[in-house]
Design a protein around this ligand. Sequence first.
Ligand code: C2E
Ligand code: MG
Ligand code: MG
Ligand code: MG
Length: 289
Amino acid sequence: AAKTAGRNGIRFFDPRMQAAVTARAALENDLRAALDQGQFTLHYQVQVGCGTHVVGAEALIRWKHPARGMVPPFEFIPLAEETGLILPIGLWVLQTACAQLRRWQDHPATADLQLAVNVSARQFRQADFMEQVVAVLRQTGARPDRLKLELTESLALDNVDDTIAKMNALRALGLRFSMDDFGTGQSSLSYLTRLPLDQLKIDQSFVRNIGIQHTDALIVQTIIGMAQSLGIDVIAEGVETEAQRAFLERHGCTLWQGYLFSRPVPIEALEQRLHSGLGWQVVAGTTSP
Ligand code: C2E
Ligand code: MG
Ligand code: MG
Ligand code: MG
C-alpha cells in the first residue's frame, strides 16, 4: 500500500479523504455532462401577496440524475461554483426562465407574473454578464420588467462600485433586483444599503423562528423596517404556517413564499393551478400538490 505520511507528516493517502476526493470527482464528472444530457429542470414556487394573490414565482433548479435520482441544489451548486460550471448552468437557467416568461406573456392569467431567478456571485461578476442578459432577452422575447434577479450578500463583499454600476445598467433595461437570504451574510449594512435593490428577501431561518425565538422575530421586524425606510419591497421566504404569515402581515410584510402556499413544482403543476383561477388559499395542508 501507499506511503501514509508525506515529508512533513501530511497524510497523502488517508483512505477516508481519498474516498471523499473520489466521490467529489465523480460528482464533478457527472455535473459536467448534465447540461449536455438535459438533466436539469426548473421548478417554480409561487410568490403570494395580500388576498392570496399570486404575484410571481421563483425558478429553482433541479438535477435529475439518471442513477442518483434528484440531487438537491445544496449538493451541487457549491461544486458548480468552485469549478466554474455555474457559468454555463446559470446561463441555461436564465434562458429557460426567460423562455417561460415569454410564454406567460401570451395569456391574461399569467401576463403580469414576475419570475425570480437566482444568480450566483460568480455568474454576476462575469465581465459580459450584461451582454448575456441582453442576448437572452432578445432571443426569448421576455419582457425585462418581468425578470427579477436574486443576488446573495457575498456579491457585495468586493467591488461594490462595479456591482452598483452593473445593477444600474440592468435596472435601466427594466430588470429588478432582490437580495436573497437577507440578514445571513457577512456584509455590512452600509454596503447593502448602497446597492440599488428593489426588494429584500427575509431568510427562512428567521421566518422559521417567528414565535419561537424572540430575537429572530425582532430581526424580521428590523428587516421589514429597513425595507420600508429604503422605500423598497420586502418578501419572506420559508413561510410554512398561518401564524408566521399573520405575524409578517401584521408587521408590514405582505409578500410571502413558502410551503404554506406551495412547494416548488414542475411548470405543468404551476400552470394548471394558475389557469384554474382558484388562486392560493391560506389554509395549511390543502394547497401543496
Ligand atoms: P433560495 O434561493 O434561498 O431558495 C429557497 C429555498 O427554500 C429553496 O430550496 C426552496 O425549495 C426552499 N423553500 C421554499 N419554501 C420553503 C418552506 O416553506 N420551508 C422550507 N423548509 N424550505 C422552503 P432549494 O430549491 O433546495 O434551493 C436551495 C438553494 O439553492 C436556493 O436557495 C439557491 O440559493 C440555490 N439555487 C436554486 N436554484 C438555483 C439556480 O438556478 N441558480 C443558483 N445560482 N442557485 C440556485
Ligand atoms: Mg432565491
Ligand atoms: Mg432565499
Ligand atoms: Mg435561503
